[in-house]
Design a protein around this ligand. Structure first.
Ligand SMILES: Cc1cc2nc3c(=O)[nH]c(=O)nc-3n(C[C@H](O)[C@H](O)[C@H](O)COP(=O)(O)OP(=O)(O)OC[C@H]3O[C@@H](n4cnc5c(N)ncnc54)[C@H](O)[C@@H]3O)c2cc1C
Length: 381
């Protein structure tokens, strides 16, 4: 506790001027570029109309689509896949193929298996090669899920159903070995001088991303602004709350293992055109190809939204995430996830380049390092 400034000291030790703080002591984040273990990039499959969930007949198969979940694929997976599984079972067939082994494919396959179907996943990639394995891992059910002015009138209610179903099922994964799903404290740090919003691509048209979070206020923990005495950070204002997180490596592993243990099968297979579905023995196919649907189904309504994660070596003692100057940090058992967000959901819009950008990574780390350099108590613990 030596050398703490009056600004940060009180809450870093867990006490406020008015008594016991609601904020526990915070272990400092170790933000140095030399702690970078890897940089990963993936593409959010954004569709202005929202995820595709319709049913069509292709190559004599009944195809149920389940793709295009933008930046919300993990968050909505169980809910979206519940709808897709119901539609897949509607014809009475119990012999079902699922294409894809990301968040949507795994949850669809598990739900169908648990409904008594014989299920095989056919996929080009599995964890950890899927794009789902490169997600941040936070509860973000309306992140780039749709454009508010391009959805069908019943989409907001459908979205709410998906979000509530997913949320409920994910609670049953909290506390399991490996922490596939957990809860963490989050701090949103606000300066008097907000950081400028970074430009997206010049060709990007303005998209009015839908925001439906208000529909879930009765379900999720609330955020609140900390009093000055409680604020552990050297910034003017802090909002604090608790959010659900997905420890994606453990979660994807658990879903895969459960599916296999429960009698599911996974086969490696690449489909080049929809006609390739004719090779499958199953009469019903659930299509969970994510961004891959753009090429396979020639679905150009999918727009890539690039996102990059910089991974730092894990810090098990850090149990909180923060957001500061458009950089988000999330502590996961497999590493500290650092992400430049640009301050707008347009950041990365229309960019399909999955090449890691070291400069973006180091800039994001420097932003958070600067914050901790202003906290004399950063050696606490
Ligand atoms: C940087 C970043 C951070 C994100 N963070 C979050 C987050 O915190 N929370 C959240 O909820 N969401 C997040 N997302 C969004 C989330 O990752 C996606 O919505 C989700 O991964 C989509 O899952 P999916 O199963 O549809 O697709 P994918 O994970 O891409 O899986 C598609 C599957 O289909 C297979 N496939 C594709 N084409 C073919 C083919 N032709 N033949 C055979 N197989 C094929 C692939 O091999 C793969 O197995 C993030 C996305 C990015 C880019």
């Amino acid at each position: 506790m030596m050398g703490l400034s009056s600004l940060g000291a009180a809450s870093l030790v867990g006490c406020s001027a008015t008594g016991t703080s609601s904020i526990p002591p915070l272990a400092p984040l170790r933000m140095q570029a030399e702690r970078i273990t890897r940089i990963t990039v993936c593409l959010r499959p954004f569709r202005a109309a929202g995820p595709r969930l319709d049913v069509e007949t292709v190559a004599n198969k009944r195809v149920v689509h389940n793709y295009g979940h933008g930046g919300s694929g993990w968050s909505l997976a169980w809910g979206s896949s519940t709808i897709a599984a119901r539609r897949a079972l509607e014809g009475g067939t119990r012999n079902i193929a699922v294409i894809g082994c990301g968040a949507l494919g795994l949850t669809s396959a598990l739900l169908l298996r648990r409904a008594g179907a014989r299920v095989t996943i056919y996929t080009q990639e599995r964890t950890p090669q899927t794009r789902s394995a490169r997600a941040t891992g936070t509860w973000s059910p309306d992140s780039r899920i749709a454009a508010a002015d391009k959805v069908a009138p019943d989409f907001p209610a459908l979205w709410e159903e998906m979000a509530r179903t997913s949320y409920g099922i994910y609670q049953t994964y909290v506390g399991l070995p490996g922490e596939p799903v957990s809860w963490s404290d989050r701090f949103v740090l606000l300066d008097n001088a907000p950081a400028p919003v970074e430009p997206s691509t010049p060709q990007a048209e303005a998209v009015h991303f839908a925001g439906y979070g208000g529909r879930l206020l009765d379900m999720v923990p609330r955020y609140r602004e900390l009093s000055a005495a409680e604020n552990p950070f050297p910034v003017a204002r802090v909002r604090h709350g608790t959010s659900m997180q997905f420890n994606v490596a453990a979660l994807a592993h658990q879903l895969t293992t459960d599916f296999l243990l429960e009698g599911g099968r996974i086969e490696t297979m690449t489909f080049h055109t929809p006609a390739d579905l004719g090779r499958l023995r199953e009469p019903v196919v659930v299509n969970c190809t994510g961004y891959g649907a753009r090429a396979l189904w020639k679905d150009e309504t999918i727009t890539p939204v690039r996102g990059q994660i910089t991974w730092l070596a894990p810090q098990p003692e850090v149990r909180y995430g923060l957001y500061y100057h458009h950089v988000s940090v999330l502590p996961r058992p497999d590493g500290i996830v650092v992400q430049q967000t640009g301050g707008s959901e347009m950041f990365g819009y229309g960019i399909a380049d999955e090449t890691p950008d070291r400069r973006e990574a180091e800039t994001a780390i420097a932003t958070i390092a600067e914050l901790y350099a202003r906290m004399p108590g950063r050696t606490l613990r």
